[in-house]
Design a binder for this molecule. Structure first.
Ligand code: DGL
Length: 270
């Protein structure tokens, strides 16, 4: 049986991880759920985020995936252990891979972390970074105004640029050499984030390192999909407006959508 890699996020942010799956593991089938009706998760209580993540993991489990990826830092920070204890397939989060990628990239050890209020409040990045090295200087900043931009499909308007500039102003001049985009939505805003913090600061998205981890686990378990002549059939679900979701997903995955004949099965739940 061809089992999919199930990927969840509060909305479209997890597509940044999906894009990397399509690049690194093109033979794999993806099953995606964006909880767009209930995004953003960042301002919510941890208990609520755990509950939502459980519901989504339960929903995705009906499709008997071979792995679940919490492509959401906010959910990873509070629900990773919980979901791991509930399912008998591997569950991968994005925080440890993001921390690993940042430590690999940083020369000075001055690392910035931007994320949702929930992620920053949890201290999960500090913990993951300090587990790797105790020598780091970490500057963390919650940026609650960025996810709503991305969910609205507004990546490049003057309003989006102004919001990014205002949100990241506290980081300017802090002599960081790398900045973890500790929210999977933020790579949609790479241009304005890079311009604001300066092009010398290396921007770290956890997507690449997370997908390397996914590949390693699947390979270790003998679960990598075999290359086939036809493209895998990906499935995308959201809980909110399917039209906007489809538009953002198509634009973000454009190349891959055309290459792999994505079939949309967007349904509204919740
Ligand atoms: N993309 C998610 C994250 O990485 C969630 C953002 C949100 O819904 O607030 O944290």
């Amino acid at each position: 049986m061809n089992q999919a890699i199930a990927v969840m996020d509060s909305g479209v942010g997890g597509l940044t991880v999906v894009k990397e799956v399509l690049k690194q593991l093109p033979q794999e089938q993806v099953l995606y759920f964006g909880d767009t009706a209930r995004a953003p998760y960042g301002p919510r209580d941890p208990e609520e985020v755990v509950r939502f993540t459980r519901e989504i993991a339960e929903y995705l489990s009906r499709y008997q995936p071979k792995m679940i990826v919490l492509a959401c830092n906010t959910a990873t920070a509070v629900a990773l252990d919980d979901i791991r204890s509930r399912v008998d397939i591997p569950v991968v989060g994005v925080i440890k891979p993001g921390a690993r990628a940042a430590v690999k990239a940083s020369r000075s050890g001055r690392i910035g972390v931007i994320g949702t209020e929930g992620t920053i409040r949890s201290g999960a990045y500090d913990e993951a970074l300090r587990e790797i090295s105790s020598q780091l200087e970490i500057v963390s900043l919650a940026c609650p105004d960025l996810v709503p931009l991305v969910e609205a499909g507004d990546f490049d308007s003057p309003h989006a640029w102004e919001t990014v500039r205002r949100s990241l102003a506290p980081l300017v001049g802090r002599e960081l050499d790398s900045l973890i985009m500790g929210c999977t939505h933020y790579p949609f805003l790479t241009a304005s984030i890079a311009e604001t913090v300066g092009h010398k600061v290396e921007l770290i998205s956890s997507a690449e390192e997370t997908v390397r981890e996914i590949g390693t686990i699947l390979s270790y378990n003998g679960k990598l999909a075999k290359p086939k002549s036809e493209s895998p059939l990906h499935r995308f679900f959201c809980s909110g407006d399917p039209v906007l979701f489809r538009r953002i997903t198509s634009a973000w995955l454009e190349k891959q959508v055309e290459a792999s004949s994505i079939v949309w099965q967007v349904q509204t739940t919740c």
